[in-house]
Write a protein that binds this ligand. Structure first.
Ligand code: ATP
Ligand code: MG
Length: 428
């Protein structure tokens, strides 16, 4: 047997998945976001330029495709393409490439992302994200509104209450240059007491030391300097403003000084929504501000921006715990047409066709079993009614309608069936 690729999943029931997409689309429309879609494949350089080569995603987790043009010529240049690991950089690329002039550009997109990670609960190699971005959002008040928008969605629309919003402020690039020096001096004092991984991070991506999973490192870092205590006056003011506005909007958050996020493009506000129901992979939504990214990717003008991504699989893991509380769409009542023999099959197909044209959900049993076994089959399918067509019914242009809940049977002219069942559906 050929099995699915490691770290991928088959979705055999999309009810919850589609429910999430429908609800978030509606919610985002209230904030004037419109939906877009970008390709699943992009040039690898888009991510090395934006996320940074020293990040885990780019250095270890990329699904790379190398393509030599049409394959006909040996000397053709190799095209470096990859499966997208995230969707912020592609959306920014789309903004620049399509010459979007309407600022702010408020868009969302959803679809699969790919990262070559070690698969475990809540961590897959192909997973789905809903990405929301505001490109051209200079005011820091946008940050509070954005976090509120997400909080209202999880708390009110999805009725979640078992999560925390973790918040930090990474300052401007100048703040980070200064802070990294300070952090390096702190690490120098610790010498070789930290793990080999952190020694490497110190040279390549120093702020990521705070993500170290090793407890001895974590203990040592308790006395480390924090970026939010080392901001320039403008950033300091903005950091205070974000917090004050969140408080005024009744959005509870936890200041987490060690939240640095994995990707290089973040500046200023960063946040994560984390649930204690997810175990080690506890973040189901994450994002922040990326003021320099548009310019970095070749945009003519600077466009301060912010965005976030919801991990759909992780959100589903949480929602599955209380699925009965959600108003998931109900399946339509099923009507089963039961032709007793091959002579009645054509009539059964015509009747079913007319019924479906009136919006009824219909299954026709065409396997020609005994009456008893067909009724059992209909019951198993969860039929609301069975519409029995035998030789009598065929001759008299009638149909016997059996209510599968009460067992009641009623014979009526075929032309009356749709009216009868539609009226029935309205009452129940
Ligand atoms: P983590 O720290 O859990 O690896 P991340 O910082 O790499 O997350 P982001 O790049 O911010 O994640 O992606 C946003 C969201 O996408 C995450 O909060 C998570 O819900 C989801 N996500 C990220 N990687 C995976 C994955 N491999 N499988 C499933 N969901 C994922
Ligand atoms: Mg990750």
């Amino acid at each position: 047997m050929i099995k699915r690729v490691k770290g991928t999943q088959d979705f055999l029931d999309l009810t919850l998945f589609n429910f999430i997409i429908e609800k978030i689309s509606h919610h985002l429309a209230l904030y004037r976001f419109s939906q877009i879609a970008t390709p699943i494949i992009e040039h690898t350089e888009l991510f090395t330029r934006s996320l940074g080569t020293a990040t885990d995603v780019v250095s270890k987790e990329m699904f790379l495709i190398e393509h030599r043009g049409d394959g006909q010529h040996e000397d053709q240049e190799i095209e470096h393409i990859c499966l997208r690991p995230e969707n912020t950089a592609p959306i920014v690329r789309a903004f620049i490439e399509n010459g979007i002039q309407t600022i702010p550009w408020k868009v969302f997109a959803w679809g699969p992302m790919f990262r070559y990670e070690r698969p475990q609960k809540g961590r897959y190699r192909q997973f789905n994200q809903i990405s929301m971005e505001i490109i051209g959002a200079a005011s820091i008040a946008e940050d509070a509104q954005f976090i509120m928008m997400l909080d209202r969605f999880f708390h009110e629309t999805l009725q979640m209450n078992n999560y925390a919003i973790l918040l930090n402020f990474l300052g401007c690039p100048q703040d980070r240059v200064k802070f990294k020096e300070k952090l390096r001096a702190f690490l120098d004092k610790l010498g070789t007491a930290v793990c080999a991984n952190c020694m490497e991070r110190k040279d390549k991506n120093i702020m990521r030391i705070f993500d170290c999973k090793i407890s001895t490192c974590q203990e040592l870092y308790q006395n480390a300097p924090h970026i939010a205590d080392n901001l320039c006056p403008t950033c300091e003011q903005e950091w205070n403003a974000v917090q004050l506005q969140l408080q005024m909007l009744s959005v509870s958050y936890v200041y987490k000084p060690t939240l640095v996020r994995g990707l290089d493009y973040y500046s200023k506000t960063v946040f994560e929504f984390a649930s204690n129901q997810l175990g080690a992979q506890n973040a189901f939504c994450a994002g922040g501000r990326y003021d320099g990214l548009v310019k970095e990717l070749g945009g003519a003008e600077d466009q301060p921006s912010l965005g976030a991504a919801i991990g759909i699989e992780r959100l589903m893991l949480i929602l599955e715990n209380y699925i009965s509380r959600l108003a998931l769409p109900q399946k339509q009542a099923l009507q089963v047409v039961v032709p007793m023999g091959t002579a009645e099959q054509s009539l059964a197909l015509i009747l079913a066709d007319v019924m479906r044209a009136s919006g009824l959900c219909v299954e026709v049993l065409l396997e020609g079993d005994s009456m008893k076994s067909m009724m059992r089959k209909a019951n198993k399918l969860g039929a609301a009614h069975c519409l029995i067509l035998g030789s009598d019914e065929l001759a008299s242009k009638t149909v016997t309608v059996k209510n599968m809940v009460t067992g009641e049977e009623k014979r009526m002219p075929q032309v009356e069936v749709v009216g009868f069942l539609s009226a029935f559906a309205k009452v129940t």
